[in-house]
Design a protein around this ligand. Structure first.
Ligand SMILES: [Zn+2]
Length: 126
């Protein structure tokens, strides 16, 4: 996928595996990521954006109707996933600070092996 610069930020494109769900977001250059060991993240082995992307910098380009929602625990986090391929491209939350946490595995322009990973102890801190 191509990227283009927009002022100091970069527009990234992401998609689920079957490409039904496509999205874009603007962010500073991504060279770091978050990995969490809570009960759901460890099962998905998610490598996520370190920061949340504000909703005004996030756009669902296609497939909004193909997203299903999984809620668990206190229901604060909306875990979206594609109804067709099951991939979870992003999540958002129902409390401040609002914004989207991106599954960076869905962003083809990123090499996940080159990202500096911050480990979050969600298993004990959530
Ligand atoms: Zn899909």
């Amino acid at each position: 996928m191509s990227i283009k610069t927009l002022d100091s930020t970069i527009e990234y494109f992401g998609q689920c595996h079957c490409q039904a769900v496509q999205f874009s977001f603007n962010s500073e250059l991504i060279n770091s990521a978050l990995q969490c060991n809570c009960s759901i993240c460890r099962r998905k082995n998610l490598i996520m954006s370190l920061t949340r992307i504000a909703s005004e910098h996030f756009t669902i380009l296609a497939g909004k109707d193909n997203l299903a929602l999984y809620l668990w625990g206190d229901h604060d986090v909306n875990h979206y996933f594609c109804k067709t391929c099951g991939v979870s491209p992003f999540s958002d939350i129902n409390c401040e600070p609002f914004g989207y946490r991106i599954n960076l595995g869905c962003v083809d322009s990123l090499d996940l092996t080159q990202l500096s990973i911050t480990h979050f102890d969600g298993r004990n801190e959530l």
